[in-house]
Design a protein around this ligand. Structure first.
Ligand code: ADP
Length: 466
């Protein structure tokens, strides 16, 4: 990759140097030519100033040329009719042809100065001619130097430009190597780190890089790896919980099955003759099967809630009528425990599953009755506040110790295992309540004091959970 980046960079660099070189060659060459022309004009003005046009022009021109100019240059003085009045190269200028048609001469008579490049008829070389009208306006003083073309000027500066281009090329290549390093090194490091994905548990470590985009890649990769790890941990945790749940559920079912089997065997073997004992055994068998049914129903309920069942039927559940219905069905058991039920409900309704709402309230009310004493009370309140539905189930029963308050929502956790089992508890009721509350994005709060009673407050947002 580094090589590809570098190669492209060098190609771009060469192109840029070629284009800028061509432009500079052309403009510098042209400037040099203009500079030479203006120097020639200065010389012409000096010659014009020095000449005495009344005297022997040829002699003066020859003298000036010999004294101040090199042999390559040539000075010609042309009169306004085009006749050559003096020439530094030719001894007898009067034999020279008329110069009036010469481009630079015409221009000089017309506008003061003129120039041209062409092959000289007199000396047979390619020449650069620069001419200017004399101070008295009757003559044109012309200077000529050998000149091939613009390329000559360009060639004269070529070594300097070549050196400059070479230095800038070398410096740019060094910078390009460094620059491509700053991109390719992090990318190489990132890709080497990402190779770890193939390993068991990728533990990425990235440096901080100069470019924001590269840091985004490394940070996102680290974030994604952390998320994947958290997800995997969560799956592992859930797997463990599920295993524990199955082993607990089997254990819970084993006890009633063993006792049912024991009673059935005793009855089957015909040892029990006494009718009253037989009846008691039948009653116990029925009670144990009821317990098993409760347990299986609770297990099914929990697994459905855990699977986030898609088929939950939502409807507008009016809490008042629901409470009346629950109270009616719980009245016999409340009477059994000699517990009074009270309700206070404002007309509130929530978009939810009626079955889940019933399960939620029934579990709390049933606990309030079961973990109470004769003459105790259970109060249920429902109201809406700040866009939320509140349901509070309060009792003046046995209460829950501080250390148990956290744990009672765990599956199969019971404060008093014997008591719970005796009254047909499964240890799953509050776990179901918690699941339902979470399903609706709500929360549950417990305040309790042993010997005084408990108060469960549920807060459910009204908006339907998607
Ligand atoms: P269970 O089927 O045993 O009632 P739950 O999950 O409903 O199971 O409750 C777990 C435990 O929490 C119960 O065994 C009980 O010890 C305690 N508990 C629940 N509700 C109350 C309450 N209102 N008063 C006192 N203890 C309670």
């Amino acid at each position: 990759m580094k090589r590809a980046v570098l190669l492209r960079f060098v190609v771009i660099l060469l192109l840029a140097l070629a284009v800028s070189g061509a432009f500079s060659y052309y403009f510098i060459g042209r400037n040099m030519l203009q500079h030479d022309m203006s120097a020639m004009l200065n010389t012409i003005h000096a010659v014009d100033y020095a000449l005495d046009y009344e005297g022997d022009l040829q002699a003066q021109v020859e003298q000036l040329h010999a004294a101040a100019m090199d042999e390559n240059s040539r000075i010609t003085v042309i009169a306004s009719d085009g006749t050559v009045a003096a020439d530094s190269e030719i001894d007898q200028p009067d034999v020279m042809e008329n110069h009036l048609e010469r481009e630079e001469v015409q221009e000089a008579f017309r506008s003061g100065t003129g120039s041209d490049t062409r092959s000289s008829e007199s000396v047979g070389k390619n020449m650069l001619y620069v001419a200017a009208r004399s101070g008295n306006g009757n003559y044109v003083v012309r200077m000529a130097v050998p000149y091939t073309n613009l390329i000559d000027y360009i060639l004269s500066i070529f070594p300097v430009l070549l050196l400059g281009t070479g230095i800038s090329f070398a410096v740019s290549v060094v910078i390009a190597i460094r620059f491509s390093d700053t991109i390719t090194t992090p990318l190489n490091e990132i890709s080497a780190e990402m190779e770890k994905v193939r390993g068991e548990e990728p533990d990425f470590t990235f440096k901080k890089y100069k470019y924001k985009e590269l840091n985004v890649i490394s940070e996102t990769t680290m974030k994604m790896a952390a998320e994947i790890r958290a997800h995997m941990d969560q799956l592992e945790k859930e797997k463990k919980i599920r295993q524990e749940f199955f082993s607990n559920a089997s254990h819970e079912l084993k006890t009633p099955i063993t006792s049912v089997r024991g009673y059935a065997e005793l009855l089957d073997q015909g040892f029990i003759q006494d009718e009253a004992t037989k009846k008691d055994f039948y009653a116990r068998i029925l009670k144990e099967t009821d317990n098993m049914t409760n347990l299986i129903n609770d297990i099914l309920m929990i697994s459905r809630l855990e699977a986030k069942e898609a088929e939950v039927t939502f409807s507008t559940v009016r809490i008042g009528p629901l409470l009346s219905e629950i109270f009616e069905s719980m009245e016999p058991i409340a009477a059994d425990y000699q517990v009074m039920l009270h309700k206070e409900c404002s007309p509130v309704a929530i978009e939810a599953s009626a079955k889940q709402m019933r399960e939620l309230i029934m579990n709390l009310v049933s606990n309030g009755i079961k973990y109470n004493h004769p003459g105790g009370n259970v109060w249920v309140e429902a109201w809406s506040e700040n866009g939320k539905l509140y349901i509070r189930v309060k009792d003046d029963g046995c209460g829950i110790g501080r250390e148990d308050q956290e744990r009672i929502f765990e599956r199969f956790y019971r404060v008093d295992k014997g008591r719970s089992k005796k009254i047909g508890g499964t240890g799953l009721g509050l776990s179901i309540v918690k699941h339902i509350v979470e399903y609706y994005g709500g929360s549950i709060r417990l305040e309790s004091e042993p010997g005084k009673g408990s108060c469960f407050t549920i807060e459910l947002p009204f908006r339907k959970r998607i």
